[in-house]
Design a protein around this ligand. Structure first.
Ligand SMILES: Nc1ncnc2c1ncn2[C@@H]1O[C@H](COP(=O)(O)OP(=O)(O)O)[C@@H](O)[C@H]1O
Ligand SMILES: [Mg+2]
Length: 240
């Protein structure tokens, strides 16, 4: 379907002999936000890795705007308009804020539906980064490092943004700021997968929710439908 930005169709993934993803399927609609929930070890980061071509799936298909990307190299996948904000931020700690953004810059594609991202727009979105543009990234606070990781992904002018636990290790007030940023990005037309362990955060922000448990999808529905049915996601997460 043309309105789907990203789909996984029965994806299987392994690390060596260890079978980690078992027939994982889900679809991210254009300009929608999908919350991917699961406790530690459920396979969330592995999903990000197979989407980005960091780990080759052994079965199934992955499409980006209707085109199969499952056999492409990471660089070619990124060039088609998808960017990852990795778990643990992974910024270049010894480079300045500005240099971190510079290395990620990529010319916008014609089909981009928001004003293209560059230094000016990223600094306008994250004034703290502008103030600290000459600072070495290692000396930023956790929240600022997360903003830098998001800003860096935006510099590639993606149409689909994958965010792997951006709230991890941040104080509640900073988490609220990060979530407000994610809301703004969605309002600008980005299609977003937000990986989270906290169901409450996902219920507040996502249009659609997918829950992984031991590498399998155990819940996949709209947030509205899940809210209506009063489902207890903690149970599906395997928390009790
Ligand atoms: N590089 C790796 N080599 C072997 N096993 C891995 C590797 N990365 C993750 N795993 C295993 O794969 C499973 C899923 O991990 P992961 O996708 O990181 O989960 P999550 O992001 O949901 O916490 C876990 O059992 C984890 O131990
Ligand atoms: Mg993870």
């Amino acid at each position: 379907m043309a309105s789907e930005a990203l789909t996984l169709d029965r994806v299987d993934a392994h690390y060596g002999d260890s079978h980690v993803l078992h027939g994982v399927s889900f679809a991210l609609g254009e300009a929608r936000l999908l919350g991917l929930l699961g406790r530690n070890g459920a396979g969330k980061t592995t999903c990000m890795n197979v989407i980005m071509g960091i780990l080759r799936p052994r079965g199934g298909a992955i499409t980006l705007f209707g085109r199969d990307i499952s056999a492409l190299a990471t660089e070619d996948i990124a060039a088609r308009g998808i960017a990852l904000v990795p778990q643990g931020r992974r910024i270049f700690r010894s480079l300045s804020v500005h240099e971190n953004l510079l290395v990620a810059a990529r010319r916008p594609r014609a089909e981009g539906n928001h004003p293209p991202w560059g230094f000016e727009t990223v600094y306008a979105a994250f004034p703290r980064l502008k103030e600290r543009q000459r600072h070495v990234a290692a000396y930023l606070s956790g929240g600022e490092q997360q903003m830098l990781a998001i800003g860096r992904a935006l510099m590639a002018n993606p149409r689909v943004l994958l965010m792997d636990e951006p709230s991890e290790g941040l104080a509640p007030q900073i988490v609220a700021e990060v979530m407000a940023t994610i809301r703004r990005l969605k309002a600008q037309g980005l299609s977003i997968v937000l990986v989270e362990q906290n169901p409450k955060l996902v219920f507040e922000i996502a249009d659609d929710i997918v829950v992984l448990n031991s590498g399998r999808v155990v819940v996949s529905d709209t947030t509205a439908a899940l809210r209506e049915s009063g489902v207890d996601l903690h149970q599906h997460l395997g928390i009790y």
